[in-house]
Design a protein around this ligand. Structure first.
Ligand code: BG6
Length: 470
């Protein structure tokens, strides 16, 4: 939903991400607010064809029409894997149709064929913040149990269609982020829910069941396929050795680990009862849910890692971390920050890998890691992004350390290989790629692709399997 664009082509329906606007006149510090808190009014306006707002995620960077050129560039860098998602709304535009949309299916056939031509393995997310908007507005999102069936129909359709083409699947991107942005995660407008914690965990429960059912279907259709869960893992550390800070950190970290606990182990962890009681959450479940979740846990765990944060039980007099730090937290005085306020902590990646592996003993895939920065194009199409190279180099070194520690890390896809629309701020100018796209925050530009300095650097990293990092 951040690269593809062409939201009005081939019968595609609107997704929940298609309602986010970019508006320069909005104060910068409010740009992430809509990501965290979608309003009813905005959802309505987005459905009005006469809305004059700019909706960047409907346009992406037009990968839809540039996929051959883009994949050729990925191949030139030596990619062995390409992480992408299938837009649910290309296959089932409203989400509740009985038959899939052939034009949408055919598009991904072309993408997978192109990847195969270069020997690039696709790693495919089924739902990367892009459930059909119709399921949010007409059914109330994932809180409604019916959405499980719609999702499983979508999943089964693509598992069958791409059986020989895709082996690695991720049912939900950053499934733990429902806590921070329920609209884009489970299709729920917070204003409508007096008891939002209940809605979030009910929606999450339905996603757990859906993940298990999708895993079951996937294995039946293609026994060699692998299914992984995906969380946003922001490493949390105690601000001090005060026992209260330590306890608080454990509780905060569990807010994310809860999701991997259920999906990787196949049952709700022991701390659930207390957590739910404190939040007054009472799940509505069906008798078969427990068995389904138990029988079909994921094969591997994937996660995004951008930053870490400190936690204090007494934050009143401490400086808070800024930027889109999803779990908030306290500024760590030992760490530098990106221009968007994210605290850069490469060694935290080694810790995160060790923690996840100690806890689950399942293979790990780093599905996202990268630096959002405002790149400058100098004369002659030169882009010197040394800051990005240094961020990635420092993190890759720590992956090596984790591997020496004995952690089973079987893959790494940095975020994102080509510039795209930022998920949280809807900016184009927050760039992550090795490939620059000539397009500004309002979608103006030629969309020309330009290689950055990091392009050649990463090519060598892949060719040397991470040995050559300088
Ligand atoms: C992850 C998301 O949270 O972070 C991506 O899975 C997102 O979709 C990435 O783009 C970086 O965040 P942002 O807000 O800088 O685009």
């Amino acid at each position: 939903m951040q690269v593809e664009g062409a939201s009005d082509v081939g019968g595609k329906g609107l997704s929940v991400s298609d309602v986010y606007i970019f508006d320069e006149s909005m104060p910068k510090e409010n740009w992430t607010d809509q990501w965290h808190m979608m309003t009813h009014r905005q959802v309505e306006e987005a459905q009005d064809p006469s809305s004059d707002k700019y909706y960047p995620k409907r346009h992406g960077v037009d990968f839809y029409h540039h996929y051959k050129e883009d994949i050729a560039l990925f191949a030139e860098m030596g990619f062995k894997v390409y992480r992408m998602s299938i837009a649910w709304t290309r296959i089932f535009p409203n989400g509740d149709e009985l038959e899939p949309n052939e034009a949408g299916l055919a598009f991904y056939d072309r993408v997978f064929d192109e990847l195969e031509k270069y020997g690039i393995e696709p790693l495919v997310s089924l739902s990367h913040y892009e459930m059909p908007l119709y399921l949010a507005t007409e059914y109330g999102g994932w809180v409604n149990r019916k959405v499980i069936d719609f999702y499983v129909r979508f999943a089964t359709t693509v598992f069958n269609r791409y059986k020989g083409k895709v082996k690695y699947w991720i049912p939900f991107n950053e499934i733990n982020c429902v806590k921070h942005h329920p609209f884009v995660s489970i299709g729920v407008v917070e204003e409508n829910h007096p008891h939002i914690e209940q809605a979030k965990f009910q929606g999450a429960h339905h996603q757990f069941v859906a993940s298990a059912l999708a895993t079951k279907a996937c294995k039946e259709i293609n026994p060699v396929a692998k299914v992984g869960c995906m969380i946003s893992y922001q490493l949390l550390v105690p601000y001090s050795c005060d026992p209260d800070d330590i306890q608080k950190t454990i509780e905060k970290q569990r807010e994310s680990l809860f999701f991997t606990d259920v999906l990787a182990r196949g049952y709700y962890p022991a701390y659930t009862a207390r957590m739910f009681a404190e939040k007054s959450v009472k799940l509505e479940t069906e008798p078969e849910d427990e068995q389904m979740i138990k029988e079909f846990p994921v094969d591997f765990i994937s996660f995004s890692y951008y930053m870490s944060s400190a936690v204090s039980a007494h934050p009143e007099n401490l400086e808070g971390a800024v930027g889109n730090l999803i779990t908030g937290g306290i500024k760590n005085p030992y760490l530098p920050t990106s221009d968007w306020g994210w605290q850069i902590d490469p060694k935290g990646l080694r810790t995160a890998l060790n923690q996840l592996y100690d806890r689950y003993q399942k293979p790990l895939f780093i599905a996202e890691n990268g630096l959002g920065a405002a790149d400058v194009v100098e004369e002659g199409d030169v882009i010197i992004d040394d800051y990005r190279i240094s961020y990635l180099r420092d993190h890759i070194k720590q992956i090596k350390e984790a591997i020496i520690d004995g952690v089973d890390v079987f893959g790494y896809t940095s975020w994102g290989c080509i510039d795209m629309i930022s998920a949280s701020t809807s900016q184009m100018s927050k760039r992550y790629g090795y490939i620059y796209v000539d397009q500004d925050d309002l979608g103006r530009g030629t969309k020309r692709r330009i290689k950055k300095k990091s392009f050649e650097w990463y090519k060598n990293v892949i060719a040397s399997n991470g040995e050559q990092l300088d």
